[in-house]
Design a protein around this ligand. Sequence first.
Ligand code: GLV
Length: 308
Amino acid sequence: MALLYKSDPDRGRRWQALFAEHAPDIEFRQWPDIGDPAEIRYLLAWQPPAEIATLLPNLYVLFATSAGIDQFDTSILPEALPVVRMLDPAIEQGMIEYATFATLWLHRHMADYVRQQRQHQWQARMITPAGERRLGILGLGQLGGAIARHLAGYGFQVSGWARTAREIPGVTAYAGVEALDAFLAECDILICVLPLTDATRGVLDRKLFERLPTGASLINMGRGEHLVEADLTAALATGQLCGAVLDVLREEPPAADHPFWQDPRILMTPHVGAMTQPDTAFPVLLENLRRHQRGETMLGCVDRQRGY
Ligand code: GLV
């Protein structure tokens, strides 16, 4: 029985050592050295091979190395193949850290201070107390919920929106499309951690920005395709939005002449919000492999119809 790994080769070496030490009954193979494809029962991948159905005829489960699975073309996957997303605690921790950093960057006007320093200007802006700053988390699942709980601890007013109702102590939760307007009207800083699906593609657009309070800011740590980039440029130009932190872009890296490179109100980072760490992800994966071998339900199974 073999597991094929197809993702970052450097981290692959660590995965290999962890399998050798803790699960020697499962043979670890690293793409492109797949050996006899008939023996491969599990695939652990950022992106599965295009010809997956014919190349790996005996596959039991596709495990994503990532929290999001939108990069999978589900139309080429065998219909009954279970797809499992990565629930590495290091991803949750990374997302909490990034959301905290980006929130504080915006809350404490850091873009202004970076610009001022370049111009040799020494000028303080008033501090808004955290209790007067309203944060809104768009997407209140496992990651959004963890971010909301953490940021509530700083004393911010935190609310969150999800398709279905969630209860998080200290967080005002909104649910369903009919509650979206009320949620958006109270977001000084909007943090997008939605999964990317056909329903959420392009959700961060002009119409949504107009429903935020004037002068709000945006943090996108979901996927680049959530954002209509030209609408952000327009909203910054009118002052409807005053700043943005973007960890994800439609095209990564963005083209050399992309306007965001030059815009001092936008902080861009190269999709580094969180990274799967083999040492913390391995126990999660192994638990699922053992569950699968025992015929039990695995953790993090994707509802392929829903798309996350
Ligand atoms: C990274 O973007 C992930 O989905 O884990």
